[in-house]
Each structure stands twice: as structure tokens, then as C-alpha cells.
Ligand binder design. Structure first.
Ligand code: PMP
Length: 357
């Protein structure tokens, strides 16, 4: 007897980057921050009271929403928190799209979870190919028939970013469509559209604690938008899980979000190292689009990206490779510490030497 539903039998789920435990790798495959979280966040964990484990957390993460609102200069009713930005994105599909509606529009090369969510919730997809240089074709998106958009900015896995002024033009040009901006990597770019959420009712910005805040283990993300959009997300959450953000996550993220000086320093280090690593890859013959994120998308003529991925793995360095058209010639490399990146480059030099031998 097969007890699975038709949906469970048919759907192809999202595949996350590997998290192997068989040996110690230099992990440059899931865009984690190589630096530790703020000491204030670690301290919040240390002083966490056991009585707060016994009780349910604030269902809407009230204290955390206040802290996030303060950091962004918005009101708590403009903030929604979820169990990772993946959950916030998941809830946004049924909150803002209908199965029999005009659908959700996104690029062919972008965060592949959008496609999985659209299929899971039975929402039509309108796919717009990236241009050959991996930039987003905003005019083709504007011309597409759809109800709204998902735009990862900077985009994953390419790292290509769109500045705030250009994004504002786009948002202003589609006033009757919702623009959902996934800003998972925006702190490494500094062109956030959060300030636009007060002026445009058709923009929702989704952010995460997993990357710039170095808190991927905590699982917390949030959305900023007008109160009506936030209420839509809350309604979906309460149909699914009343308490998605646990008490530990709320306490740790509250402390992290208040420690801007520490994180400004971490972000500056990652950005400086990104530029150094990109130059090093380019000088080795790689094609690397300019990245605004904490990772680089690198491909090289004559050596297959699969061989690079496998050679690096054998050398103890994990990067990400997809067996998909267009992007199969590239690997995505998370920016690590200078030492980690030096180890990556040394391993790459050996692989390239083997291939030219
Ligand atoms: N958006 C993008 C573009 C991402 O790359 C990721 C990380 N896989 C996420 C959202 C989700 O991050 P998290 O659920 O850890 O907040």
C-alpha cells in the first residue's frame, strides 16, 4: 500500500547544499559567514533562562519584530518573522498568489526554491531568462503577464546585483503587481529596498539572519512591508504553525540585530576578501561575473565545472555545482576567510595543472 499523497509522490523537492560529516571540509558551498556571530548574540544564548524553554515563545516574535523595526526605521507592524527566510518565502506564495491567477514571475536562473514553492502551492510560473551576461531582464519581466515577482537581489547563484534606483524604477512601473525582493545577501551590497516599503505598497522585502548575521544555525528570517502584506503573511503562518520562531532564536537575533558596529566590520571583511578572491580567480583564467553577495560564480574554459567541483572535494574543499543547463559550466564559491580561500586557490592550482598536463 502506498500511503503517500499524489503531491508527495510527484513533487521534486529543493536540494540544499551538502552538509557532509564524513570528514572536515573547508565549507564554501552554502554561503555561510566564515566569521562568528556577534558576542552579544553568544551572550544572549549564555544567559537564556530555562524558564523561557518551558513556555511557548511570543507567537509573532514581538520583541524581535521591535528590534528589527528599530534597526530599519520602520514600525513593528511592518515586520513579519519566520523560521528562516525560506519559511517566509514559502508563506508568501499562498498569501499573495492564487492557483487560478496570473502567476508568479521569476528568472530562469535564480534561487531554485521559488520554483519548488510555486509547484507545491500549485501557482503558475512565468519564467523570464536572464541575459547572456547573467543580468536580469527587467523589461521582459515588466512585459510578462503575471500577478507578481520574486527577485533575489543580489541574485543566487550568480551574485549579480541591481541597484536601488533601478529597482525603484521597476517597482514604480508595476504598481498593480507585488514585487517580492529576496535580500538574503543584500548586506554585502548595501542597496536595500527596505526604505522603499514605506512609499510603495507593492513591495515586500525578505531578509535572513543566516548570511551577514552568521546565524544560519538559528533559522530565522523576516519580511518588511506594508501592514496589509504583513497581515497576509501572519494569516498564512497561523494556518500552518503559530510559533515558528523559537524563544532561543528570538533572543539571539534580538541581540544580533542591535550590534551593527560588529556586523559592519564583518561585512567589510567579507566584501574585501570577495574582491581579492575574484581577482585571484580571474588571473587564473576564470570568468567570474562581478558579485555583490558573499559568493562568486566562477567558470573556466577547458576544465569542466564538474571536474573542478570533484577535484576540490577530493582536496577537502566544498563548493557548489549544479547539473543544469546554462549554469553547469560554473561553480559557486562562498567567500571564506583569507586562509580558507588560499587553500581553495592552492587546490585549484593543482587541479588546473593536472588538466594542462
Ligand atoms: N534566499 C536565497 C537567495 C538564498 O540563497 C537562501 C539560502 N539558501 C535563502 C533565501 C534562505 O535562507 P534561510 O532560510 O537560511 O533564511
Amino acid at each position: 500500500m502506498d500511503f503517500l499523497s499524489k503531491k508527495a509522490r510527484a513533487i521534486a523537492p529543493y536540494t540544499a547544499g551538502e552538509q557532509p560529516r564524513d570528514r572536515k571540509y573547508i565549507k564554501l558551498n552554502t554561503n555561510e559567514n566564515p566569521y562568528p556571530p556577534s558576542r552579544a548574540a553568544a551572550e544572549a544564548l549564555r544567559v537564556f533562562h530555562e524558564d523561557d524553554l518551558r513556555r511557548y515563545p511570543s507567537p509573532d516574535a514581538d520583541g524581535l519584530r521591535e528590534a528589527i523595526a528599530r534597526a530599519h526605521g520602520v514600525k513593528p507592524e511592518n515586520v513579519f518573522c519566520g523560521n528562516g527566510s525560506d519559511e517566509v518565502l514559502a508563506l508568501s506564495f499562498p498569501a499573495f498568489f492564487d492557483g487560478d491567477g496570473a502567476g508568479a514571475c521569476f528568472a530562469d536562473i535564480t534561487y531554485s526554491f521559488y520554483e519548488v514553492f510555486a509547484r507545491f502551492f500549485g501557482i503558475p510560473q512565468v519564467i523570464v531568462p536572464l541575459r547572456a551576461d547573467f543580468t536580469l531582464d527587467l523589461s521582459a519581466m515588466r512585459a510578462a503577464r503575471c500577478r507578481g515577482y520574486y527577485i533575489a537581489n543580489p541574485n543566487a547563484p550568480t551574485g549579480v546585483g541591481i541597484g536601488r534606483a533601478q529597482m525603484e524604477q521597476f517597482i514604480a512601473s508595476v504598481p498593480d503587481r507585488l514585487v517580492i525582493l529576496d535580500e538574503a545577501y543584500m548586506d554585502f551590497f548595501g542597496e536595500s529596498c527596505v526604505p522603499l516599503t514605506a512609499r510603495y505598497e507593492n513591495v515586500l522585502v525578505v531578509r535572513t539572519f543566516s548570511k551577514s548575521y552568521a546565524l544560519a544555525g538559528i533559522r530565522c528570517g523576516y519580511a518588511v512591508g506594508n501592514a496589509a502584506l504583513i497581515a497576509g503573511l501572519r494569516c498564512m503562518k497561523d494556518c500552518f504553525n503559530s510559533y515558528p520562531v523559537d524563544a532561543v532564536a528570538q533572543a539571539v537575533c534580538c541581540a544580533a540585530v542591535a550590534d551593527k558596529p560588529y556586523y559592519d566590520g564583518v561585512i567589510a571583511r567579507v566584501v574585501a576578501e570577495r574582491e581579492r578572491l575574484r581577482a585571484a580567480l580571474c588571473s587564473r583564467g576564470f570568468t567570474v561575473p562581478e558579485s555583490r553577495a558573499n559568493f562568486l560564480f566562477a567558470g573556466r574554459a577547458k576544465v569542466s565545472a564538474r571536474a573542478i567541483y570533484e577535484g576540490l572535494k577530493e582536496a577537502g574543499v566544498l563548493v557548489r555545482h549544479w547539473n543544469r543547463p546554462v549554469i553547469c559550466d560554473f561553480v559557486r564559491i562562498t567567500v571564506g576567510t583569507r586562509e580558507q580561500d588560499e587553500a581553495l586557490l592552492a587546490a585549484l592550482d593543482r587541479i588546473l595543472a593536472d588538466h594542462s598536463a
